[in-house]
Design a protein around this ligand. Sequence first.
Ligand code: ADP
Ligand code: MG
Length: 378
Amino acid sequence: MDAAGRALRLFREEFGGEPETLVRAPGRVNLIGEHTDYNEGFVLPAAIDRDLCIAVRPRPDPLVDVRSEGRERRAIALDRFEHRVGDWSDYVQGVTWALSEVGYRLVGWDGAIASDVPVGAGLSSSAAIELATAKACETTAGFRWDPTEIATLCRRAENRWVGVASGLMDQIACARGRRDHAILLDCRSLDLELVPVPGGASIVILDTGTRRELKSSAYNDRRRECEAAARELGVGSLRDVPAASLPISTASLSPPLRRARHVVTENARTLAAAEAMRAGDARSMGRLMNESHASLRDDFEVSSEALDAIVEAAQAADGCFGARLTGAGFAGCAVALVDEFAAASFERAVSTTYARATGRTCTAYVCRASDGVSAQSR
Ligand code: ADP
Ligand code: MG
């Protein structure tokens, strides 16, 4: 049973009767443009057809009573925001806090959550639960929905309430995704453009099965290195470094300059990838993804043995246009662009090669770019 069916079933078990609305919020994958967001550059994510769902019914008192599959039920008061609880419900509470703080008047609801977005794999289950919560609030309270504003408030909930430093990409992808399109987002201006995924190409997410415990400290190290590199180069952010001003050769550059070279070349690749997609050119898009992986591995140094192994296995498989690590790196997932007719054999080939190289099991998700968060009356 998919997440929607499980959310409906859970609702009946927990709250009795029927929900009024079913909310769906997708996970996302970043096709290219990695570690560029906090350098005010470009990213190219797509929402995917794996959803987190909430079955929702309004209630008369100012309380959000939520249960998520496999987790403890929580009651969140809407008339006083006290503190974080330290568990998953902080995401729900954080969003109600962020909405209330800017003046949205919320009403209470009962909600049952079930999800097909794997947690902590880099597919942004966190943005999915945030946007789904915001949508549940919208459907019960009936306020005006501006997707970029809501995405910004969800990010604020994650940054300030939950306490996770993250950019806006995840929430924008979840809020503004479109079927068969990716989103070219300028992280400085927040301008965005929908670009079509080349026809006949599937997006395949490959989970290495590895998770890095201290990912956030390594991530913070890279952010600091980028700030240092920007200072060294005399710019406010690495977005403003002209590509021509950096040595292209692989000659020994200092670590900060290698970080800078990744960001500068990755921005150029992301814009080129959007151009390739507009032209329906999966081959060029794939080549850029391969180059992105090499740059993340050699210049930005955020790959790992498992990520390199899975990317190599993908790149060598029939029908693969290109592959790279996706997300912050160090562990987690890779993404590949694959001929849709070869997707099944691709999955088998990567699993076999990856298992032989690492002794690990790969989980593959063959995805289609999908619409952003939505609500459906029952
Ligand atoms: P991801 O890469 O999946 O976004 P994060 O660490 O940013 O990983 O967010 C994961 C957190 O989001 C979980 O630890 C949990 O608190 C919350 N979360 C995600 N999915 C669910 C769910 N289905 N039910 C409850 N909480 C969830
Ligand atoms: Mg997250």
